[in-house]
Design a binder for this molecule. Structure first.
Ligand code: SIN
Ligand code: FE2
Length: 221
């Protein structure tokens, strides 16, 4: 940590004006951390989706996910009947995923540093698009090769209820409201915490319409 971390509650940062809320050891919510650049992130997502479109993937068990996904970076996270994994080629286009914009990488590195992870160089960004009622069941991000790197998650558009559990699937789950521009970072002892997203409430956001967009930046390879 760059500043002493409070065990609970919010800590205001004089440098950015963003407040920092500890979820667990190794996990923080940075309120409004990406708000100023949110519109440019939304525009970048539209450009990425024009190359590698959003699609609803199928789980290994044969269920169609309610969240639509695409990726950018050296590898993209996918799921199909064969399993969960990272692929360098987008199966929908047969071509490489669009490159990771440098501003995504820079934002993720700054957020990770605020959370106490001094060096974070992501190579992949999973982009999730939630429409009303879309949800993400409790899961762990465990398909990355190097679990010493954190995950940085950026919320854009409609607010969502983030579900934050523990290292065991049976642990108590906290409900954390995430709004446009909020960033969550988890790593270290929290890297394999179960998390998810409750069904999205309908609404209309000036930058994203009736959707929520989430960027999760990872070191995948
Ligand atoms: C994820 O767990 O991959 C996404 C979390 C979110 O949409 O906030
Ligand atoms: Fe996740």
């Amino acid at each position: 940590m760059q500043e002493p971390a409070a065990p609970v509650g919010a800590v205001a940062s004089a440098a950015t004006g963003a407040s920092r809320e500890l979820l667990a050891e190794g996990a923080v919510v940075l309120r409004g951390f990406a708000r100023l650049e949110a519109a440019s992130l939304v525009a970048a997502v539209a450009k990425i989706a024009a190359i590698s479109p959003f699609r609803q993937m199928t789980t290994p068990g044969g269920f169609r996910m309610s969240v639509a996904m695409t990726n950018c970076g050296a590898a993209g996270w996918i799921t199909d009947r064969a399993g969960y994994r990272y692929e360098r080629v987008d199966p929908a286009t047969g071509r490489a995923w669009p490159p990771l914009p440098s501003r995504f990488r820079a934002l993720a590195a700054r957020a990770a540093a605020m959370a106490g992870f001094a060096v974070f160089v992501p190579d992949a960004c999973l982009i999730n698009r939630y429409e009303p009622d879309a949800k993400l069941s409790l899961h762990r991000d465990e398909d990355e090769r190097d679990l010493s790197a954190p995950v940085v998650s950026v919320s854009l558009g409609l607010p969502a209820t983030f579900l934050w559990g523990g290292l065991s699937r049976k642990d108590r789950v906290r409900r954390v409201r995430l709004e446009h521009g909020d960033v969550v970072v988890w790593g270290g002892p929290a890297r394999l915490v179960y998390h998810g997203v409750a069904p999205l409430a309908d609404g209309d956001h000036p930058q994203t319409g009736r959707t929520r967009i989430n960027l999760t930046l990872r070191k995948s390879l």
